[in-house]
Design a protein around this ligand. Structure first.
Ligand code: COA
Length: 174
């Protein structure tokens, strides 16, 4: 298997090749959305990459274009949708639901039945307690402790995490 990086303008040149899989290796979920829209590929053309030191339980659903980085752990019945990045040493507990284009930064723990909505970003070293929902397009600052639901399109951080300000509604690419 060969890996290489290509500018968008070059991607069309690859179409004649067989067995080419794509991965959008960009940490910002909003930019991942934009690029996936521009590429216009179907889900099965994206690779899902799991580092050999990561643990993914048997009954986890993993979407297309997902990265599970070193020492990350995903427990039973979690649902990880398309183009999600789960960074190093993060723990995704049972029955979590991570929607498209979510980014989980290193050393983050999501306790059971947490929902992270489309395009949300969870900063490094954060803990989210069980049953909490983080809204679409929201950013959780590094080192936060999230005890309650956080609405969409805002920046929240702290221990306990509080909404600090609202951001523009992202132009979601669906
Ligand atoms: C939260 C964040 C997005 C910045 O949000 P912001 O609203 O632009 O915040 P600012 O940088 O303007 O800082 C505003 C204040 O909040 C504080 N602050 C910023 N981030 C904070 C955090 N995560 N926790 C606690 N306080 C924070 C700043 O120190 C500053 O305080 P001050 O006014 O007393 O000086 C950013 O700090 C952050 O945490 N990003 C995540 C980084 C990360 O995890 N990257 C992983 C890469 S793999």
């Amino acid at each position: 298997m060969t890996f290489f990086c290509a500018p968008l303008s070059f991607i069309k040149e690859l179409e004649h090749l067989e067995q080419v899989y794509y991965f959008i290796a960009i940490g910002n979920g909003e930019i991942r959305q934009d690029i996936s829209k521009r590429l216009g590929l179907i889900a099965c053309q994206y690779a899902t990459i799991i580092h050999p030191t990561a643990f993914v339980d048997n009954n986890v659903i993993l979407g297309a274009g997902v990265a599970v980085l070193p020492h990350a752990t995903i427990h039973s019945a979690a649902q990880i949708r398309n183009h999600v990045i789960i960074n190093s040493a993060s723990i995704i507990e049972h029955k979590n639901s991570l929607e498209d284009f979510v980014s989980i930064s290193p050393n983050t723990t999501l306790c059971g039945a947490v929902t992270v909505e489309r395009g949300a970003f969870v900063g490094a070293g954060t803990t989210v307690v069980q049953g909490v929902t983080i809204g679409e397009g929201t950013t959780i600052g590094a080192g936060s402790l999230v005890l309650k639901n956080i609405p969409s399109n805002c920046i929240a951080y702290g221990s306990p995490a509080k909404v600090m300000r609202y951001t523009r509604e992202r132009t979601a690419v669906r």
